[in-house]
Design a protein around this ligand. Structure first.
Ligand code: ZN
Length: 153
């Protein structure tokens, strides 16, 4: 899923989402894609693109990211502290959240998806068409200086 970010690529993603590929949108999409895996807040996206694009305001970045989220180009990720983060990884996946460092790490696990799919099939929630799910694990990193690692059994 990791693609190199090219201008052509970014334009195509915008057009595929039904958006006009304006310079502003291209720049914001490039920044949020480059920060992929870090689940940045709007401020962090803004800090990244500001040096090369001093005319774009933080407000514009906010608005543009929300437009992207509404069209499914990025996902909104809520952290436990209420901060709004953005995720350029739009494939179904879950998250691990550390409440000390506020770090959010992707957690992709086919086995978990299978378990949950089977579970909800059995539950058969009435009057609800389930399109997907994502789990967020909340906790604290045990060794603050180490990266969170996921090892499969
Ligand atoms: Zn993610």
């Amino acid at each position: 899923m990791q693609q190199s970010i090219t201008l052509h690529n970014l334009r195509q993603q915008l057009v595929d989402s039904g958006l006009k590929a304006t310079h502003q949108r291209i720049v914001v999409l490039e920044a949020v894609t480059a920060l992929h895996g870090l689940h940045p807040m709007a401020e962090e996206v803004y800090q990244r693109l500001k040096p090369a694009n001093p005319s774009i305001s933080l407000g514009t970045v906010y608005k543009t990211l929300d437009t992207f989220a509404d069209t499914g180009l990025v996902r909104r990720v809520l952290s436990q502290d209420g901060g709004k983060r953005y995720d350029a990884n739009t494939d179904a996946h879950s998250h691990i959240y550390c409440s000390n460092t506020k770090e959010i790490v992707d957690f992709e696990d086919a086995e978990l998806d299978e378990l949950l799919t089977a579970f909800f099939k059995k539950r058969n929630i009435e009057n609800f068409d389930l399109k997907g799910f994502s789990v967020q694990l909340t906790g604290t990193k045990v060794e603050p200086d180490k990266q969170i690692r996921i090892s499969k059994a």
